[in-house]
Design a binder for this molecule. Structure first.
Ligand code: B1M
Length: 212
C-alpha cells in the first residue's frame, strides 16, 4: 500500500498517532507536502463526508477523523509554505456564525500566512458583532476571510458581509469567502470581493487582493 493511501486510511479511521507517524515518514521519504495534504488527508475527509451522508458513520467518527487530520496538518505545517514575513497586511479569518467546522479555515489561514500576511484567526461560530469588533480593533487589517461548510450557514455569511458594509469597513478591508457549499455566484450575490475554492487558491487570491 502506498504511504499516501496509508495516511488516507488512518485519517478515515481517526488514528491520530498513526497519522502523525505516517506523515513524518512520508516527509522523510521525500513525498510532496501538498500531495500528502490533498491526496492523503483532504481526500480522506471527503470519504468521511460521503460515509456520513450514507449513514455508515456518525458525528463521533467524523470528529475523530477531524482530530486525526488536524494532528497530521500540524506535522505538515512547517513544510506547507515559506512564511515571507508579514508585509502584505493583516488577514482576519473565521468560520461564520453557526458553523463549527474549522479544518478548511485553518488550512486557508496557514496558506495565506505563507504569502506574507499576518493572520488573526478569530475562531468558529463568529457573530457579526465579534467580527466587526475585531476589524475595528485592528485598523491594519486589510483582508477578511469567511468560511462556511454548511448550506444552513450560508445566510450567516451573507449577514457578515452586509455587516462589514453597513459599518463602512469595506473601505478598509476586502472580503474573501469560501467553503464547500460556496460558489463564485454566491460570493458575487452577497457582495464579497473574492471567492476561493481551496486553500492554495485562497493564498493566490489574497496576494492578488493585496496588490489591488
Ligand atoms: Co460536518 N458536515 N457537520 N462535521 N463535516 C459536512 C460539511 C457535510 C458535507 C457532511 C455530509 O453530510 N456529507 C455536512 C454538511 C451538509 C450541508 O450543509 N449540505 C455536515 C453536517 C451535516 C454536519 C452537522 C450538521 C452534523 C450533525 O451534527 N448532525 C454538524 C454541524 C456542526 C456545526 O458546524 N454547527 C457537523 C459537525 C462536524 C464535526 C464537528 C463532527 C466535524 C468538524 C470538525 C472540525 O472542523 N473541527 C465535521 C466534519 C469533519 C465534516 C466533513 C466530514 C469534513 C470537513 C472537512 O474538514 N473537510 C464534511 C464532509 C466534507 O467536507 N466532504 C462535513 C476537509 C477540509 C480541508 O475541507 O473544510 O471543505 P473544507 O475546506 C476546503 C475548501 O472548502 C476551502 O479550502 C479548504 C482547503 O482546501 N475553504 C475555503 C474552506 N474555507 C474557506 C475559506 C476561504 C477560501 C476557501 O476564504 C476565506
Amino acid at each position: 500500500m502506498s504511504k499516501i493511501l496509508e495516511i488516507s486510511n488512518a485519517v478515515e479511521a481517526g488514528k491520530k498517532k498513526v497519522v502523525v507517524q505516517l506523515v513524518k515518514e512520508a516527509l522523510e521519504e521525500g513525498l510532496s507536502p501538498m500531495d500528502i495534504l490533498n491526496e492523503g488527508m483532504i481526500k480522506a475527509m471527503g470519504n468521511v463526508g460521503e460515509k456520513f451522508k450514507l449513514n455508515e458513520i456518525y458525528v463521533p467518527e467524523m470528529l475523530v477523523a477531524a482530530r486525526a487530520m488536524k494532528a497530521g496538518v500540524e506535522v505538515l505545517k512547517p513544510h506547507l509554505g515559506e512564511n515571507k514575513g508579514a508585509s502584505l497586511g493583516k488577514f482576519i479569518i473565521c468560520s461564520v456564525e453557526g458553523d463549527l467546522h474549522d479544518i478548511g479555515k485553518n488550512l486557508v489561514a496557514m496558506m495565506v500566512e505563507s504569502t506574507g500576511y499576518e493572520v488573526l484567526d478569530i475562531g468558529v461560530d463568529v457573530s457579526a458583532e465579534k467580527l466587526i469588533a475585531a476589524i475595528k480593533e485592528n485598523p491594519d487589517c486589510n483582508l477578511v476571510g469567511l468560511s462556511s461548510l454548511l448550506t444552513t450557514t450560508m445566510p450567516a455569511m451573507k449577514k457578515l458581509v452586509a455587516a462589514i458594509k453597513e459599518a463602512g469597513l469595506d473601505q478598509q478591508v476586502k472580503i474573501m469567502v469560501g467553503g464547500a457549499p460556496i460558489t463564485q455566484e454566491f460570493a458575487d450575490s452577497i457582495g464579497a470581493d473574492a471567492f476561493a475554492a481551496d486553500a492554495a487558491s485562497a493564498a493566490a487570491k489574497a496576494k492578488e487582493l493585496a496588490a489591488r
